[in-house]
Design a binder for this molecule. Structure first.
Ligand code: ADP
Length: 771
């Protein structure tokens, strides 16, 4: 390894030492030169004074004698001194007695001397003699050229500085050689020995120690380096051993991985094969499910038509006078038929789910009306001690977008369960906006559900416990279907319950509002409710009445109205009204359970009185109040009291080819107070329509000659019956049926077999909308 001279340690050390010596030498030289300068400067004055001292006496005597010749000799003699360049003797009367001068010597270094000592110096001494010390004889004047002294001084200084430099140079050379031999050379030997070692030869000989350096720092350095080299050799040996072992393990691992990969490949191949088999099986299962769904849909169509006839006939027979035993048998048969229809519907829906056939509609519908209608329809199942109430947030949109049939199914399942499992207390159906959708909850004070059954009851054909079927009946399908429906609508169905205290099922459905909250015309007046503080009626009135602009006050059922003024009194307690009537003449709205009307004489004693069935839809309550506030004559609808409608409510054109279905529907319609005109097919219907004033058409869809779709299209195309409601009657359970009916111009849809309540609801909705 070659190190350049300037990088060598010896060079660096020598140059550093020389630099220090040079600086020190310079300082010492300067001091020496400085001293020399001072002494030279003083010696100029000293020497000239000595010269003046020697020539003083002769000069005084010459001046005394006024001897000009001698005076000239004296001044010429003074010029022999190398420094004197001018000498003159001046008489007492200031005349020049003698004068001599010569030019000053010249040199290129003169300016240095001049700058140090000044170019010239003048000396003058007054001449006196001892005999006449007071008499001034004149003066001796000498001018000196300092270069005569300065040149000596410059020579000496140059010598001093040059010898100083020469010393320093010599010293640096000596030091360089010494340091090279003492430091650089042995270090280079060590470095060479160290660099000749390689990792391939770990056991190479140790580093030799340069001769004569065994005990100094270089010897120590070599010793420590040898010790470290031995350690490194050991370490390398150990690492090589470890590497060998690692390579061995790697080889073993590689062979294990190869073996495992081969096994995995084999497993993968087996899995792929079974996947194919599974896919095949899944396809087969899907096909089977689809065929089952189609079969069920067809079967249900076939079963529904005769069932419709059966149920209709049974309900007609039930209305005819018969003995109690027959009545009981007929009502059991009627009830069983209804259960069969429900079961059929549920099984059909479930199979549609499983085969992925369930299609959702996305149309605008009135959710509040749907909830209220469903609750009214199911209220007949409520036990006498149960108060069913619909609590609707007034801010809820008038219409939402979604599938009304499927939402109706969820509502119906939850309400019927709540009513089924509640003997006393309240069942509240609550709807309110929540986030980007609607929250619908049904809370009851029924038997409740144990925590361990929370998830189980959402499985198909599963109930909370084994005794339920025995005691309450049911199939265990309703909740499974409802949860499926909520989930395909991107919603949720959750449950909170406490055994013995009741349950609350909450469905969150992301239904978007498409019409603002309904605007009710404001009413003015004061309403007093006689009802318990814990009643559902109070909760409903408290929210709703102020929203319509009415003043609301609740009093306990046993309170007297003496001193209170009210425009209308609302109560759910008929017994407490008799005493009240004496103190208050305001009209009474009596809210009672389904079917419990007052006897005619009781109704008469409370008149003016209007009876409304629970759960009271908002529209019904609003119209009842509106009637009172607009002072129209009160039209009491007391069916129990035998106040039958005069003539008929409306004229219905029933278009139906099946004579049994004709008979059933006609019987129901007449009983409900409608005038019925029959048509056997579409063509016949068009003819009947042209001859009679018809308020509503019930139109079967599948008929010979002209089907219901075609007949409806023609009615709409004629342009004469724009607002005439046409309600489709169909036993076709497939999901696109509703769209087909709407496309043909029909306004609503009633699936066969229908119950009397479903018929009432659909007729009333259609006729109200028309009005
Ligand atoms: P079903 O009512 O026909 O038996 P569901 O799927 O509707 O079938 O209900 C399943 C079970 O959940 C019921 O059998 C009952 O045990 C329990 N259940 C549902 N709703 C309620 C409720 N409101 N109160 C108490 N138990 C309920």
């Amino acid at each position: 390894m070659e190190i350049s001279l300037t990088h060598r340690l010896s060079y660096k050390q020598a140059s550093l030492t020389v630099l220090v010596a040079f600086l020190l030498g310079t300082v010492l030289c300067s001091i020496q030169v400085g001293f020399d300068y001072l002494s030279e400067d003083a010696s100029i004055d000293r020497e000239i004074q000595a010269l003046l001292d020697t020539s003083y006496n002769p000069a005084a005597r010459i001046a005394y004698n006024l001897d000009a010749e001698l005076a000239q000799e004296l001044v010429v003699g003074l010029l022999r001194s190398p420094a004197v360049i001018q000498a003159s003797i001046i008489s007492a009367d200031h005349n020049l007695m003698a004068h001599a001068s010569r030019p000053a010597s010249d040199s290129q270094y003169r300016f240095i001397s001049d700058s140090l000592f000044g170019a010239r110096r003048q000396f003058e001494r007054v001449l006196l003699i001892d005999r006449a010390p007071e008499e001034n004889l004149g003066s001796l004047r000498i001018e000196v050229d300092t270069y005569a002294f300065g040149s000596n001084f410059l020579r000496r200084s140059m010598l001093t500085i040059a010898s100083g430099f020469a010393r320093t140079l010599l010293l640096s050379l000596i030091l360089l050689v010494m340091f090279y031999f003492m430091l650089t050379k042995p270090l280079i030997e060590v470095v060479r020995a160290l660099s000749s070692r390689t990792l391939d030869k770990p056991n190479a000989a140790l580093l030799p120690c340069p001769r004569g350096h065994e005990h100094d720092e270089i010897g120590t350095l070599v010793g420590v380096a040898n010790q470290q080299l031995l350690n490194i050799d050991d370490e390398i040996k150990q690492r090589k051993n470890a590497e060998q072992r690692l390579n061995q393990s790697l080889l073993e691992l590689e062979s294990a991985v190869a073996q495992r990969t081969a096994e995995l490949k084999a497993t993968n191949a087996r899995l792929l094969k079974s996947n194919h088999e599974l896919e095949h099986a899944q396809q087969q299962a899907l096909q089977t499910a689809q065929s089952r769904a189609t079969f069920l849909a067809n079967m249900s169509h076939e079963i529904r038509t005769p069932l419709n006839g059966l149920l209709g006939m049974l309900s007609l027979a039930l209305d005819n006078p018969s003995n109690s035993e027959q009545q009981q048998q007929l009502s059991i048969a009627h009830h069983s038929g209804k259960v069969l229809v429900d079961l059929l519907n549920d099984i059909l829906d479930l199979s549609k789910f499983e085969s992925g056939q369930l299609q959702l509609e996305h149309i605008a519908f009135d959710l509040c009306a749907l909830v209220e209608d469903t609750a009214s329809l199911l209220s007949q199942n409520a036990s006498p001690g149960v108060e069913l109430t619909c609590l609707i947030d007034p801010e809820l949109p008038a219409e939402v977008l979604g599938d009304p049939t499927r939402v109706g199914q969820i509502i119906s399942n939850l309400i019927s369960n709540a009513l089924k499992f509640t003997r006393f207390g309240r069942v509240d159906v609550r709807i309110r906006p929540a986030g980007a959708g609607i929250e619908l909850s049904v809370r009851d004070t029924g038997i409740g559900i144990t925590e361990d059954a929370y998830e189980r009851i959402f499985e198909p054909f599963t109930q909370a416990d084994a005794g339920i079927t025995r005691q309450y009946g049911g199939t265990g399908l309703g909740l499974a279907l409802s949860r499926h429906l909520c989930e395909i609508m991107q919603g949720t169905l959750s449950l909170q319950s406490k055994v013995g205290f009741g349950s609350e099922f909450t469905a969150y459905l992301p239904l978007t509002g498409c019409a603002p909250a309904p605007a009710w015309g404001p009413l003015r007046g004061k309403i007093i409710a006689l009802t318990s503080v814990s009643s559902g009626l109070h909760e409903m009135l408290k929210t709703q009445l102020p929203h319509w602009g009415l003043e609301y006050q609740r009093l306990d059922t046993d309170a007297s109205l003496l001193g209170y003024t009210a425009d209308v009194v609302i109560s759910d307690c008929p017994e407490c009204l008799y005493s009240t009537r004496l103190n208050c003449q305001a009209p009474i709205l009596l809210v009672t359970a389904y079917g419990s009307f007052l006897a005619p004489e009781q109704a008469k004693s409370l008149a003016p009185l209007e009876q409304l069935a629970r759960p009271m839809p908002r529209k019904v309550l609003y119209h009842a109040l509106e009637r009172h506030f607009h002072t129209r004559p009160l039209e009491l609808k007391n069916r129990a009291a035998g106040h039958a409608e005069i003539d008929y409510k409306a004229c219905v054109l029933l278009v139906e080819d099946n004579p049994v279905n004709q008979l059933v529907a006609k019987g129901m319609l007449i009983k409900l107070g409608y005038k019925v005109i029959i048509a056997n097919d579409g063509e016949h219907a068009l003819k009947q329509l042209s001859e009679h004033a018809v308020d509503l058409i019930l139109m079967d869809c599948n008929m010979p000659i002209m089907d219901g779709y075609e007949a409806s299209r023609r009615i709409r195309q004629s342009g004469q019956y724009a607002g005439l409601p046409i309600i489709a009657l169909t036993a076709n359970a497939l999901s696109d049926e509703r769209q087909r009916c709407t496309a043909a111009g029909m306004s609503d849809y009633l699936a066969k077999p229908f119950t009397r309540e479903e018929l009432i609801s659909v007729l009333e909705t259609a006729l109200n909308n028309r009005a």
